[in-house]
Unconditional design. Structure first.
Length: 164
């Protein structure tokens, strides 16, 4: 169930557009902030809040890679799998991340800390290979940089222990 504050924030977003339906992606992100993912009931509430059908909202939610329609970990790594990233070593980085986390693409670590997801294109081709971790872009990745990102997410030497 959407909280009163979430409803207020969605309404604020909807006022920014001539057609309130255009606020759907922002409304989904508002609802996802506290839940980490969007279940069917929340999707239906968000759809109603902006004035569209749940099936129309589902079309947007499943297209937009930053809307998660199933549970994810406390941290999410979106690894770009575009041709630019693959040409520049993305496949070997994928194998390294999977090995370090002990998960396959789409999986979440046993402790629920990190989910690894593919991303069709992050628009970071000039920094390929690239990933987003909790919405922060990391580019020109090497094995060492990948290790640093994972350590940060896990609260390692460069990370925040409160985020574990």
């Amino acid at each position: 169930m959407l909280s009163e504050r979430e409803r207020e924030r969605i309404e604020e977003e909807a006022k920014r557009y001539p057609d309130r339906r255009a606020a759907l992606s922002e409304a989904l992100m508002i609802a996802q902030e506290s839940r980490r993912w969007i279940d069917d009931a929340t999707l239906a509430e968000v759809a109603a809040a902006v004035g569209i059908s749940a099936s129309s909202a589902e079309s947007v939610a499943t297209f937009y890679e930053l809307v998660f329609r199933r549970p994810v970990g406390r941290h999410v790594i979106l690894l770009c799998d575009s041709v630019s990233c693959w040409i520049r070593g993305g496949e070997s980085l994928l194998e390294r991340i999977k090995s370090k986390l002990g998960v396959e693409l789409g999986g979440t670590t046993d402790d629920g800390a990190i989910t690894l997801l593919p991303a069709g294109c992050l628009g970071l081709c000039d920094m390929a290979p690239a990933l987003l971790a909790d919405g922060v872009a990391y580019g020109n990745l090497t094995a060492e940089k990948v290790d640093e990102v994972i350590a940060k997410l896990r609260g390692g030497p460069d990370g925040d222990p409160a985020q574990r």
